[in-house]
Structure formats: C-alpha cells, structure tokens
Design a protein around this ligand. Structure first.
Ligand code: HEM
Length: 500
C-alpha cells in the first residue's frame, strides 16, 4: 500500500523532514540563528492553531491544514510568521500520499519526540481543507470561562485543557513582535527576536513548565506578565486549585504520558467524516525504493533499492540476502546485500535504530521471465536459524504490467528545467482503460500510446510530456477492471537528453 508506506516513512524515518541533526538543539531556527525562535515550537503551535478551529457540535474544522491559507494566517488569533514558516517545510513533503494535514501532524509529532518528549501515537489519513475554517483559536486576553468554552468546543474538558496548554508551553515562548504588550525588547544578541520563554528548559519538551510554576519561580510571560489581562496560562493553570499542574510537576513520567495522550488527541481532531488509520507502527523489514524499469532494448531492470531492519542491534556477522522469484516460479540465486550508511532520519528522538542494506545492481532480466516477487534471508551468523522475511510466504510481490521506462528523457536541451517526455512500458495485451501520471497538486496527465514499436515486443511504450512548469514528483498509475493500481517508484524531471 504505497500510501501506508509513505506515511510510515514520514513518521518513522522522517522522510522529507530529514535528519533531526538539522533541528538540534531544539531551539534551532533554520534561516536565522540566535533569533530566539525555534522550528520545533513553531511546528507544534501551528498544529494546535490548525486543530483549534474544531467545532465538536457540527464536526467542522480541526486538523485539516486550513492554516496554510493566507486568510487564516491574517487573523488576529494567528499572529506571527510561525505558520508560514511551518508550511515552508510541510509543503516540501506533501505528495500524492501524504496530505498537508498529515505532514503537519507528523511535523509536530517528530519535533516533540526529538526534543525529549514522549513517543506519540501517530495516525494518518487526514484530509486537506479546500478553504479556510471558521475562527476559533483561543487568545490570551480572553477570560477563563471563554477558554473553558473554547476547549469544550475543541473536544477537551477543563483538566485536559490545563494539561494540553502545559504540554504546548513546554518549549518556545512569546515573541516581542507578535505581542509587544506582553514582551518588551529583550536586547539580547542571542535572542534577537526577543522570544520570552515559557520555562528555563525551552529547548526541551519536559515538565519544567509545571515544576517552575508550582515552585513559584516561573518566568512564563503568560503567568507573570505585568498586564494581568493577558495572563491566560495563570488563569488556566490555577483553574482547579493547581491540582493538575501539581500532578504534572510531581512526576515527569506522568507529564510525558499525559502529553502523549493529549497531543495525540489534538492531532486526531479532524473534521467529522474523516477516517484516520490505525496507529502507524514501524514495519520490521521494509523494502525501500524498489522498482522494475524498462530498458530501451526490451529487457527489464529490477532495482532492489534498500531494505530497512527496524531496531536491531548492529551485527558485523549478519548477512542479508535478497532472493528474486521469476514469473515461472523459479527462485534465482540469492544475492548478498551490502550494509549501507543510507539513512533517512533518526526515529523518535533516537530511541530506535534503523539498519540499512542495499541491493547490488543485478543483470538485466528477460522480459518474459521477469519477476513475480522477492524476499530476504537474514543470517545473523551465530548459528541461530536464518530468518526468512517473506510476509508469511507471500513474498514482496512485484507487478510488471506497467513500468517506468528508462527511455524517458528531455527532448529540448535549451530550456531549464527542460521539458520531459515521460515514457511508460505497457505489457502487450494488458487491457488498461487508462494510464496516467499523478503528483499531489498538479492536474493528472493521461498517457497516450506512442506510435512506434520499441524493444523486444513484449511491451508498448506510452508517453506524456511533462512541461517545465509541471516539475514535481510523479507517480504512474493505471486503471484496469475498475481498479486503480499504483506502480512503485517516484520520478522527477531528469537531465538525460533524448537520443537525436
Ligand atoms: C488558551 C490557550 C492558549 C493560549 C491563549 C496560547 C497563547 C500563546 C501565545 C500568546 C504564544 C506566543 C506566540 C508568539 O509569540 O508568536 C504562544 C506560543 C506557543 N504556544 Fe500557545 N496558547 C494556548 C494554547 C496552546 C496549546 C494547546 C499548544 C499546543 C499543544 C500551544 C503551543 C504553543 C507553542 C509551542 C508556542 C511557542 C511558539 C514559539 O516559541 O515560536 N499553545 N501561545
């Protein structure tokens, strides 16, 4: 299931958000150092402000990426540039399988985990809003009664409200430019945007926001600000006689568990009718970037890509073999994969490891025998039985009906980016009603048969032009007997010129 795989990659390998080293320490702000701002706090605040428009009565609003619309960002309740900054990153990862809303929820999850917070149950399947939601984000000048009512509308009771605000205000702070009445210029060269922090451990997602509040040492500008009207955290934290905050302060584990539950609930606050997936768990042995492609001479290439072993100890004696089974049911000679430094991201704040092995380049395959499936054999080299990773005997099935063709190329070398002719090879006799290219935000491109015979005769080539303005990551799909089948692999305009 390419959608499940893409979301699993995003969530566990942070594919697209890259290495967490980029955002470490957690007060890093990409695009400006020493500003006092941080990407991690921006992303978490953005997720909350998107979710907070939920209306439990009519089921509208919620986490649907409506905050990406300029109109929402211009509202007083969404002051600051943090939302545009967040979407600079979320826009990079949204694709056919990952919506902006899933990307935003993953961004918040990843940041909390990487900044020392708990592992959060992450689900996929959020649907993007096509227009702004109604307003509904709480603001500091509102009364406690208004906040209780606002959180009730968002689906949270009073205790949950206290907990969620404490969790959110565990890192980051209030910025002078957004709230000049609350925060003065700090005149600090290491904090040029004057971001007054909620607690002393503003780089870390921990319970210091609660311990400092209970001890009476807090500098939280929404608790000890000189303008009491704006002290919303003070009113909220104290609204049950400090019972919730005292419990959060007393036990860091309780804080972590509470935040894991409340943040997951916040991220799962979606418009009525949207069905989320189960919690996305890591796949233990996961193939990556596997595809078959078609060569101009009619042979096929099986590109095994990489395989990820989830959370296993490094073992220099381990041998990982890949076994291809052809369409006649014949298992080919196993090939040894090489241990690789290929790494996409570090999962959940480096609590887990992923160990990668890479397939060697295999000889081109005969188009008729082709490949039906493949599997792995994992030999730890210590006398324990070899582990066969074949999905309970099914193997990892491959389809060879429709393939990306290596004949795809640029046909005009003058412009940049250059117009690309996207070719796919279609097995003769396949009765596909439609073959098409998709990307997330651009119109679908339908392929047409090419009027020439290519290769061995097993396949026909179909083509479409991808114009420079439609640069993006494209996937190939086809429809057959009412079903849509997505071909593995993603393709972007390349710089290979078409043969003259
Ligand atoms: C009554 C509810 C809330 C009020 C009135 C409130 C108010 C504020 C204010 C005024 C700021 C400063 C923003 C800026 O300077 O640009 C802020 C920052 C922040 N809020 Fe809240 N907030 C509330 C609830 C929440 C919740 C529930 C979360 C997440 C679970 C959250 C997460 C954050 C984060 C991470 C920041 C730091 C942003 C940064 O440093 O760039 N807030 N909040």
């Amino acid at each position: 299931d390419p959608k499940y795989e893409a979301i699993e990659q995003l969530r566990w390998d942070q594919r697209g958000y890259g290495s967490t080293a980029l955002f470490t320490p957690c007060d890093t702000f990409i695009g400006g150092t020493q500003t006092g701002r941080s990407n991690s706090a921006d992303w978490v605040r953005a997720a909350y402000h998107d979710a907070a428009t939920y209306n439990a009565e009519d089921g509208t609003g919620g986490l649907d990426a409506s905050i990406r619309f300029e109109e929402e960002q211009q509202r007083a309740e969404n002051v600051g540039t943090g939302f545009a900054n967040t979407f600079f990153f979320v826009n990079l990862i949204a694709n056919r399988y990952v919506t902006y809303a899933d990307g935003l929820a993953a961004a918040a999850t990843i940041m909390i985990e990487n900044c020392g917070g708990p592992v959060i149950d992450y689900r996929g399947g959020r649907v993007d809003a096509t227009e702004p939601n109604k307003p509904g984000v709480p603001e500091p000048q509102q009364s406690l009664e208004e906040h209780v009512a606002s959180f009730k509308k968002q689906g949270f009771n009073k205790t949950e409200m206290i907990g969620l605000v404490a969790c959110g205000h565990s890192f980051g702070g209030v910025q002078h430019s957004s709230f000049p009445d609350l925060v003065p210029e700090l005149n600090d060269p290491a904090n040029t945007e004057s971001n007054a922090r909620f607690d002393t451990t503003f780089r870390v997602f921990d319970n210091a926001v609660a311990t400092e509040y209970i001890k009476g040492t807090t500098q939280n500008p929404l608790v000890v600000g000189s303008n009491d009207t704006l002290n919303s955290d003070k009113r909220i934290f104290g609204s049950d006689g400090n019972a919730t905050m005292a419990a959060l302060a007393a036990d860091p584990e309780h804080f972590a568990r509470t935040c894991a539950t409340l943040i997951a609930k916040m991220l799962d606050t979606v418009p009525r009718g949207v069905r989320l997936t189960d919690v996305i768990t890591p796949i233990p042995v996961k193939p990556y970037d596997v595809q078959i492609s078609y060569n101009a001479n009619g042979t096929l290439n099986f590109i095994g890509g990489n395989v990820r072993l989830w959370n296993v100890a490094e073992n220099p004696n381990r041998v990982v073999r890949g076994v291809v089974t052809d369409k006649n049911g014949v298992a080919l000679k196993p090939v040894v994969l090489s241990h690789s430094s290929f790494q996409i991201g570090t999962a959940a704040g480096e609590r887990f490891t992923s160990t990668w092995y890479t397939w060697p380049t295999l000889p081109a395959m005969d188009a008729a025998a082709s490949i039906a499936k493949f599997h792995y054999e994992i030999d730890e080299g210590d006398g324990t039985p070899v582990r066969v990773a074949d999905q309970d005997g099914l193997g990892f099935p491959m389809r060879d009906d429709v393939l990306f063709s290596e004949t795809s190329c640029n046909y005009d070398s003058t412009g940049f980016p250059r117009p690309w002719r996207f070719d796919v090879a279609v097995r003769k006799g396949l009765n596909a009603s439609r073959i098409f290219l998709q990307t997330y935000s651009l119109p679908t491109l339908t392929l047409e048969p090419m009027l020439r015979e290519v290769g061995s005769g097993s396949y026909d080539l179909w083509s479409a032009d991808v114009l420079p303005e439609n640069d993006g990551i494209w996937t190939v799909s086809y429809q057959i007997e009412g079903m849509t089948i997505d071909v593995p692999g993603k393709h972007r305009i390349m710089l290979i010129d078409c043969p003259a």
